[in-house]
Design a binder for this molecule. Structure first.
Ligand code: SF4
Length: 378
């Protein structure tokens, strides 16, 4: 039951996206969990969260970005320049952080030197950093602007009914992800953290209807399965910078832990909030996506984010917290220090792990630090 998710999460051009493409379907990439994929789903286009796995060299990323910046957006640019995203007919870049915002200008510039790198539809989607009424009004305008741009470019009509149906389909996936999440809180292991994270990543790169069907079957199977005894493995919560690489969670679990919860962009983090299905769908999308201050990109909501983490740790019985961040990520790097201070004040030990994004080039160093941390918890 886990196989379709592993297939989807293991490769950039995964078999589900390839099948969609081979059937004549359009695929549009996006960079941030604040961009509602429901808009593309409503247009009959597959929304695909851009990923950085499979990056082997960095000459294109380095040429446009320079060296001292988070490697995640650089990897996206590298892959785009190499033509790995040639299956996309569109891409939407958002201001998750400044490094990600710069992907818009760097990719446009690289598109001049690498002719096939830039998808035909290339759109900048701004996201406010606050949730006040004026920010919400701005965000609604951005959503309407995106709907108009997609409609005009692809020649499709995105009706309120299409949007509401897309919202319902995404909500069903959210319900199932939350159900899987609740199973992770059990004392014995119903699903490993690596598999749970794989499922969440897969949900961002495969057709939602198909994702829901596979997840429904998986949750059904997990409910009936005999749990595996934890056998003294330490229960860990992982949070911090963006990550779409399942090997990171695997590395922690291979060191003798079980990741009982995560709060990582690409993971379960933004799946918790249902989007309303009544009223104006643009209002519903704006409220649903902006009100959720799960990311430190949102100003003034640290208390809300820490309360959410504290609840997760308490519900899952986490014995330690791993706070990872990609080098040069100021947002997560600084917030991780606050989280560390607050968890340690509660008696929950933390490990701050700064790393380079990419094929686990620092595996040895990270493994050693994780093992030492787990030993400290014993
Ligand atoms: S990890 Fe940090 S710096 Fe990198 S894209 Fe995400 S928020 Fe930006």
């Amino acid at each position: 039951m886990i196989t379709p998710f592993r297939e989807a999460a293991a490769r950039i051009y995964n078999p589900h996206a390839a099948e969609w493409f081979a059937g004549g379907g359009q695929i549009a990439g996006y960079t941030c969990s604040f961009m509602p994929p429901e808009i593309f789903h409503a247009a009959g286009i597959l929304p695909y969260r851009l990923r950085g796995i499979e990056t082997e060299t960095m000459e294109i990323g380095d040429a446009y970005y320079g060296p001292y910046v988070c490697t995640f957006p650089k990897c996206l640019l590298q892959l785009a320049g190499q033509g790995k995203y040639g299956f996309l007919s569109g891409a939407v870049i958002s201001t998750g952080c400044d490094a990600m915002r710069r992907l818009d200008e760097c990719w446009r510039m690289a598109g001049k030197d690498y002719p096939d790198a830039l998808p035909e539809f290339f759109h900048y989607f701004d996201v406010p950093h606050k949730t006040e009424p004026h920010a919400l009004a701005w965000f609604k305008d951005e959503i309407r602007r995106l709907i108009t741009a997609v409609s005009n470019h692809y020649g499709v009509l995105i009706t309120d009914e299409n949007l509401k149906s897309a919202i319902s389909c995404y909500n069903r996936g959210r319900e199932l992800l939350l159900e899987m999440e609740s199973l992770r809180a059990a004392e014995d292991v119903v699903i490993s953290g690596t598999d749970a994270f794989t499922v969440a990543v897969a949900g961002t790169v495969m057709p939602r209807q198909r994702f829901n069907e596979h997840l429904e079957a998986l949750v059904h199977e997990l409910r009936a399965a005999a749990p595996e005894p934890a056998n003294g493995r330490k229960r860990i919560l992982v949070t911090g910078s963006i990550n779409d690489d399942t090997d990171l969670v695997g590395l922690i679990e291979d060191a003798g832990a079980v990741v009982v919860a995560d709060n990582i962009c690409f993971g379960i983090r933004s799946a918790a909030d249902m989007v309303r299905t009544d009223g104006d769908p643009v209002d519903a999308l704006a409220g649903g996506y902006l009100s959720n201050s799960v990311c430190p990109r949102m100003f003034g909501a640290y208390d809300q984010r820490f309360a959410n983490l504290r609840e997760k740790a308490a519900r899952t019985g986490a014995e330690g917290v791993i706070l990872q961040n990609i080098r040069f990520c100021d947002m997560h790097g600084s917030e991780n220090s606050l989280i560390e201070k607050d968890f340690e004040a509660m008696g929950i030990p933390c490990l701050k792990l700064e790393r380079e994004y990419g094929p686990l080039t620092e595996t040895g160093r990270m493994k050693m630090r994780i093992e030492a941390f787990l030993e400290q918890l014993s």
